[in-house]
Design a protein around this ligand. Structure first.
Ligand code: G16
Length: 545
C-alpha cells in the first residue's frame, strides 16, 4: 500500500456548526479543503487501527468524489474496513443504525441536510461516534483546532472503487464493503412498529397516503419500506429517486418547500388522507393531515402522548427531551406522565448522552426532527411510521388527533420567523445589544403578560457535566409565553436570525385563532427589544413556519 504524505496549509473557517461542516460545493472543491478536514478528523481519533468505519451520504453533488477521497484517506489512517452504502447512499438515520448494528468505530456522513445541492449549492461532512450519534462539542472543537495547525494529509494511491454494485474489494490492506443502504435500517424499523396493522391501514381503500421524498436520500428507503414491506400502492412515494441537485428543489420538508404536498392534502378531490415528507438526508420530517399541517413541536407531543399504542415504547418512556427553542407542548405531556423532560441546546448531538444513559426515550426539535433511542440521529421515516401506527390504531383523522391533544393539554401556539442571509456583523450586533439589555427587561409588560425572566441559555449536560454557553436568548413571560432569539448554525451564507415565538392557550375556544394573529404581540415585543428592522434593515422575515 503506497501512502503518500501531501503538504498542506490550513484553511480558515473549518469550524463545524450545529451539525458538521457545511459550505458551498465550490469551497469543498478547493484542492486540499476536504482532505484537510478529513485528516483533522482522523488526527483527532485514537484507536481506529483495524476498526470499521461507516461511510455514505445523501447523494448530493460531490458525494461520489468525496467518498473516493475519504476511502483512500481511511486506508492511510489505518482503518481495517469501511462499509459504504451502495451508490454512496446512506441516509443519516440509516448510517446511525449501521454504525450501531455493525459495531463500527464511527462513521462519516456526507450531507448538507435540507440545504439545496448542485455545483453552486451546498455540501457538508460530519463525524459520528460509535454510539451512532454526531460527535460532541469536545470532539468537534478538537477537529477545528487541528484544522488550524494542519501541515500534511495522508492518502493512499489507488484507483476509484466501484460504488454501484454490492460486494467487497480492497484498498491496500483495508477492506471496502459496498452494502445495501436500506437493509439494516428497515429491519430495525420493522422491530419497533406494528407493521401488520400499518399494512392493514394502507390497504384500506378510504385511506390514501402520499410520501414526498423530495428527490433526496429517503426515496429508496420509502420505496422499500412503505411500498415494499408495507404494501402501500405503487405511486405512494413521489420524487423517490435521489438526484445530485434534488431536481433543482430545496429538500426541506416545510410548508414552503413542500408546498405541492400541502396543497394536494388540502384538495378534497385528491382523496388523500395522510401526507409526509423528509429532507435531503432523511432525518427531518413533515406530517400533514387532510388540510392540516402538524407542527414539529406538536408532533413530538402527540408522539409522546400516544406511546402506549406503539409496540417498542408501550412499556413506558424513561423521559423525553427537546431542544430549548422547541415549544413546551411535550413538557406538558411529560408532566402528566410523571417523567422528566430535558431541555437541551439546538443540535441532535446534545441528546446523545441522555439517550445513552437511558434518561430519555423520545427526543424532538422544532426544526422538524423527531426520533428515539433506536438510533442516535433524528429519523424522518421513523416519525412517519410512528404516525401511521397511531392512525392505524386510533382510526381517526390527523387533525382530530391533534385537536383532541390540544383540548387535553392546552395548545402551545408556536411559530418560527427566519431572517436569512443577514450580514454576519449586523446579526452579531443585534445579539450583543440584546444580551446587554436582558436585565432591564424583567417586569416589562406585553399584551397583559409580564416578562418574568430573560437570559442567554446555558446548558450543563446532566450526564457528563459539560457546559455549553450562549445557546440562545430567551425572554420568558407569564403563563409559558416565550420569545427566543438564535443565530442558525447550519447556513452557508451570512447569518440567519431565528426568532421563535410561543404562547400557551388553555382555552379550547381560542385554539382556532390564526397562529400569527395570536403571536403578533410577541412579534412586536421582539422587534421593540431587539431592533430587528433598524439593525438588519429587514422589514419582514424570509420564512415563517
Ligand atoms: C441540524 C441539527 C438540528 C438542528 C438543525 C437546525 O439539523 O441536527 O439539531 O435543529 O440543524 O439548526 P440551526 O437552527 O442551527 O440552523 P439538520 O437536519 O440540518 O442536520
Amino acid at each position: 500500500m503506497n501512502i503518500i504524505t501531501v503538504a498542506t496549509t490550513p484553511f480558515a473557517g473549518q469550524k463545524p456548526g450545529t451539525s458538521g461542516l457545511r459550505k458551498k460545493v465550490k469551497v469543498f472543491q478547493q484542492p486540499g479543503y476536504l482532505e484537510n478536514f478529513v485528516q483533522a478528523i482522523f488526527d483527532s481519533l485514537s484507536g481506529q487501527q483495524g476498526k470499521t468505519l461507516v461511510l455514505g451520504g445523501d447523494g448530493r453533488y460531490f458525494n461520489d468524489t468525496a467518498i473516493q477521497i475519504i476511502l483512500r484517506m481511511a486506508a492511510a489512517a489505518g482503518f481495517g474496513r469501511v462499509l459504504v452504502g451502495c451508490n454512496g447512499i446512506l441516509s443519516t438515520p440509516a448510517a446511525s443504525a449501521v454504525i450501531r448494528k455493525q459495531g463500527a468505530f464511527g462513521g462519516i456522513i456526507l450531507s448538507a441536510s435540507h440545504n439545496p445541492g448542485g455545483p453552486d449549492d451546498d455540501f457538508g461532512i460530519k463525524y459520528n461516534l460509535e454510539n451512532g450519534g454526531p460527535a460532541n462539542e469536545t470532539f468537534t472543537d478538537a477537529v477545528y483546532r487541528r484544522t488550524q495547525e494542519i501541515s500534511a494529509y495522508r492518502i493512499v494511491e489507488a484507483p476509484d472503487v466501484d460504488l454501484t454494485s454490492l460486494g467487497e474489494t480492497r484498498i491496500g490492506s483495508m477492506q471496502v464493503c459496498i452494502i445495501n443502504p436500506v437493509a439494516d435500517y428497515a429491519e430495525l424499523l420493522e422491530s419497533l412498529f406494528d407493521f401488520d396493522r400499518i399494512a392493514g391501514l394502507l390497504a384500506r381503500p378510504e385511506f390514501r397516503m402520499r410520501f414526498d421524498a423530495m428527490h433526496a436520500v429517503n426515496g429508496p428507503y420509502a420505496h422499500a419500506i412503505l411500498e415494499g414491506r408495507l404494501g402501500a400502492p405503487k405511486g405512494t412515494v413521489i420524487n423517490g429517486t435521489p438526484l445530485p441537485d434534488f431536481g433543482g428543489g430545496h429538500p426541506d420538508p416545510n410548508p414552503v418547500y413542500a408546498a405541492e404536498l400541502v396543497s394536494a392534502l388540502a384538495d378534497a378531490q385528491s382523496g388523500l388522507s395522510f401526507g409526509a415528507a423528509s429532507d435531503g438526508d432523511g432525518d427531518r420530517n413533515m406530517i400533514v393531515g387532510r388540510g392540516f399541517i402538524v407542527s414539529p413541536s406538536d408532533s413530538l407531543a402527540v408522539i409522546a402522548a400516544n406511546y402506549k399504542l406503539i409496540p417498542a415504547y408501550a412499556k413506558g418512556l424513561s423521559g423525553v427531551a427537546r431542544s430549548m427553542p422547541t415549544s413546551c407542548a411535550v413538557d406538558r405531556v411529560a408532566a402528566e406522565m410523571g417523567i422528566p423532560c430535558y431541555e437541551t441546546p439546538t443540535g441532535w448531538k446534545y441528546f446523545g448522552t441522555l439517550l445513552d444513559a437511558g434518561k430519555a426515550t423520545l427526543c424532538g426539535e422544532e426544526s422538524a426532527g423527531t426520533g428515539s433511542n433506536h438510533v442516535r440521529e433524528k429519523d424522518g421515516l421513523w416519525a412517519v411510521l410512528y404516525w401511521l401506527n397511531i392512525l392505524a390504531v386510533r382510526d381517526e383523522p390527523v387533525e382530530q388527533i391533534v385537536r383532541e391533544h390540544w383540548r387535553r393539554f392546552g395548545r402551545n401556539i408556536y411559530s418560527r420567523h427566519d431572517y436569512e442571509g443577514i450580514e454576519t456583523a449586523k446579526a452579531e450586533t443585534l445579539m450583543d445589544e440584546l444580551r446587554k439589555k436582558l436585565p432591564t427587561l424583567i417586569g416589562m409588560e406585553c399584551d397583559g403578560m409580564r416578562i418574568e425572566a430573560a437570559d442567554d441559555f446555558c446548558y450543563i449536560d446532566p450526564v457528563d457535566g459539560s457546559r455549553s454557553d450562549k445557546q440562545g436568548i430567551r425572554i420568558l413571560l407569564e403563563n409559558g409565553s416565550r420569545v427566543v432569539f438564535r443565530l442558525s448554525g447550519t447556513g452557508t451564507e451570512g447569518a440567519t436570525l431565528r426568532l421563535y415565538l410561543e404562547r400557551y392557550e388553555a382555552d379550547a375556544s381560542r385554539h382556532t385563532i390564526p397562529t400569527q394573529e395570536s403571536l403578533a404581540p410577541l412579534v412586536a415585543l421582539a422587534e421593540k427589544v431587539a431592533r430587528i428592522v433598524p439593525i438588519t434593515g429587514r422589514k419582514a422575515p424570509d420564512v415563517i413556519s
